[in-house]
Design a protein around this ligand. Structure first.
Ligand code: 5AD
Ligand code: SF4
Length: 433
C-alpha cells in the first residue's frame, strides 16, 4: 500500500513549484498518495514562506497541531524559506520535527526524509540543472522555473538570504520542460523566477547567453503551446525591447506584474530598488500604449522606515495614475538579515495600518471601475476549474477570473466569452459559440 503525503504550500508560485518537485522526487523513491487530511498522513510537509513575520509565527502553532493530530510514526518536515532562515532552530523549538529542508535544497527531499533530524539549508547549493522528476498539480498549466535565487538587495527583503544568489537555468532545459508539458496537453506555461527579466546574467556552467526576451521567443516557438505567463519581472529591467516583445508576441498573455513597492522616489532609494517614480510611470505608460487591454498588477509596501505622509501621498498618486487592475498591499514587516531591519526611523504601527486601509479603499474603487467596464466585452478564456452550481472558471488572456455555466467538457479549452456581469473578484460570462 502506498504511503500518504500531506503537503501544505504557503507563499509564492515558486513554492508551488518546489512542492511539485518534492512530490515528484518522493514518488520516484516510493509511491505516495496525496491526502488533504494530515491525521492520516505518513509524511507531513509544510513548505513555508518567510517574506513577512506573521506566517513564521503561525508555523509553530500549526506544527504543534499537526504533531498532536498525526498518526503513530508519521514524520513531519519543514521546507521552504523559513526552513532556510531558521534552520536547526526549528528542531530546537519543535523537537518532534524530523527534518528541515531549505528552499534551495528541495532536490534532497528523498534523502532527508530518512535521516532523522537532518537540516539541509545550504543557500549556495546549485539546483539550476537538476533533472527533477515529473509531477504537475494541474493538467492545464505548467509552472516552469527559469532561475533560482535572487541577486538584488532590496533592503526589506529576506529572499536573497533564503534562496541565495541568482543562477539561470539553461535555456535548452527550459524549452525541453515546456515541450514535455505540452505533450501532456498543457496549453499554458508559467515561467518562474524571483526576477525573471534578469534572466541570463549568470549560468553555473558554460551555456549560450540568452536574455529573457530571447528566452520568451524560444519558448513561444514550441508548437502546441498557446499561452505564456511569467512572474515576477523587475521594473528596473523592463527595457523597450522586452516590452515590445511582450506586446507583439501573440502567445504572451497580456498581464504583467510590475511590483512598485513605493511611489516615493526617496523611499525607493532607501529600499534600493534602483528606479524612480518617473521611470515606473513611464514603463506603465509604455505598456498600456503598446499592449492595449493589458492588466497590470503590483505589490506595495506601506510604512517602510522613514515613510512620511508626503512619501505615502506619492504612493497614492502612482496608484491613481497607474490604475492597477490588481494590487497586493502589505504593511512593512522587519525581517532578520535585512538592511532595513537595522533602520531606526520606524513608522508607528497605527499610522501604517491607516495608510494601508486608505490605499486598499482607493484600490477597491479602481478595481470596481475596471471590472464593471468589462461587461459587454469578449475575452478568450482558458477553462481550468469546475465550480459549484454548474459553473466552470478560467482566466482571460489578461488574467481576469471568468465563470460561465457549463460542465467538464469545457475544461482545457480556450473559448470566447461575452461578459454579462461583474463583481470585484470575478466576471460572469456566456460562451459565444
Ligand atoms: N514587509 C512587507 N512586505 C514585504 N514584501 C517583501 N518583503 C516584505 C517585508 N519585509 C512584499 C513585497 C514583495 C511581496 C512578495 O512581498 O511587496 O513584492
Ligand atoms: Fe516565495 Fe519569497 Fe515567500 Fe520565499 S519568502 S516563499 S521566495 S514569497
Amino acid at each position: 500500500m502506498s504511503k500518504k503525503l500531506f503537503i501544505e504550500t504557503l507563499g509564492c508560485q515558486m513554492n508551488v513549484r518546489d512542492s511539485e518537485h518534492m512530490i515528484a522526487e518522493l514518488n520516484a523513491k516510493e509511491p505516495y498518495e496525496l491526502t488533504t487530511n494530515s491525521a492520516e498522513a505518513d509524511l507531513i510537509i509544510i513548505n513555508t514562506c518567510s517574506v513577512r513575520e506573521r506566517p513564521v509565527h503561525k508555523l509553530f502553532s500549526e506544527l504543534g497541531v499537526f504533531n498532536k493530530k498525526k498518526k503513530e510514526g508519521a514524520k513531519i518536515g519543514v521546507a521552504g524559506c523559513t526552513a532556510s532562515h531558521l534552520g536547526k532552530d526549528i528542531i530546537k523549538r519543535a523537537p518532534y520535527v524530523n527534518f528541515v529542508l531549505g528552499a534551495r535544497n528541495v532536490s534532497k527531499i528523498a534523502e532527508v526524509v530518512d535521516k532523522d533530524k537532518s537540516v539541509e539549508i545550504d543557500i549556495n547549493y546549485d539546483e539550476s540543472d537538476f533533472a527533477f522528476k515529473d509531477f504537475r498539480s494541474s493538467p492545464f498549466k505548467a509552472f516552469i522555473n527559469i532561475s533560482i535565487g535572487c541577486d538584488k538587495s532590496c533592503t526589506f527583503c529576506i529572499v536573497p538570504k533564503t534562496r541565495g544568489d541568482e543562477i539561470s537555468i539553461p535555456a535548452d532545459l527550459i524549452v525541453r520542460e515546456v515541450e514535455k508539458a505540452v505533450v501532456t496537453g498543457v496549453k499554458e506555461v508559467f515561467l518562474l523566477g524571483q526576477n525573471v527579466n534578469n534572466y541570463g546574467r549568470r549560468f553555473s556552467g558554460e551555456h549560450t547567453k540568452v536574455n529573457f526576451t530571447e528566452l520568451l521567443r524560444m519558448v513561444s516557438g514550441v508548437v502546441g503551446l498557446e499561452r505564456i505567463r511569467f512572474t515576477s519581472p523587475h521594473p528596473l529591467h523592463m527595457d523597450d525591447e522586452f516590452i515590445e516583445e511582450f506586446a507583439s508576441n501573440p502567445k504572451i498573455c497580456k498581464s504583467m506584474h510590475v511590483p512598485l513597492q513605493s511611489g516615493s522616489t526617496e523611499i525607493l532609494k532607501e529600499m534600493k530598488r534602483g528606479y524612480t517614480q518617473e521611470w515606473f510611470l513611464n514603463r506603465v505608460e509604455k505598456l498600456r500604449e503598446m499592449a492595449p487591454g493589458v492588466s497590470i498588477s503590483t505589490d506595495i509596501i506601506v510604512g517602510f522606515p522613514g515613510e512620511s505622509d508626503a512619501d505615502f501621498a506619492e504612493t497614492m498618486k502612482v496608484a491613481a495614475e497607474a490604475k492597477f487592475e490588481q494590487m497586493f498591499s502589505f504593511k512593512y514587516s522587519p525581517r532578520p538579515h535585512t538592511e532595513a531591519a537595522e533602520y531606526s526611523n520606524i513608522v508607528d504601527g497605527e499610522v501604517a495600518s491607516a495608510r494601508l486601509h486608505q490605499l486598499q479603499d482607493f484600490q477597491d474603487t479602481v478595481v470596481d471601475t475596471v471590472m464593471s467596464a468589462q461587461v459587454g466585452k469578449v475575452h478568450q478564456v482558458y477553462f481550468e476549474e469546475l465550480r459549484a452550481e454548474g459553473f466552470v472558471a478560467g482566466r482571460s488572456d489578461n488574467n481576469f477570473l471568468v465563470k460561465v455555466k457549463g460542465s467538464e467538457e469545457l475544461l482545457g479549452q480556450i473559448q470566447p466569452v461575452k461578459i454579462i456581469s461583474s463583481a470585484r473578484m470575478s466576471l460572469m460570462g456566456e460562451l459565444l459559440a
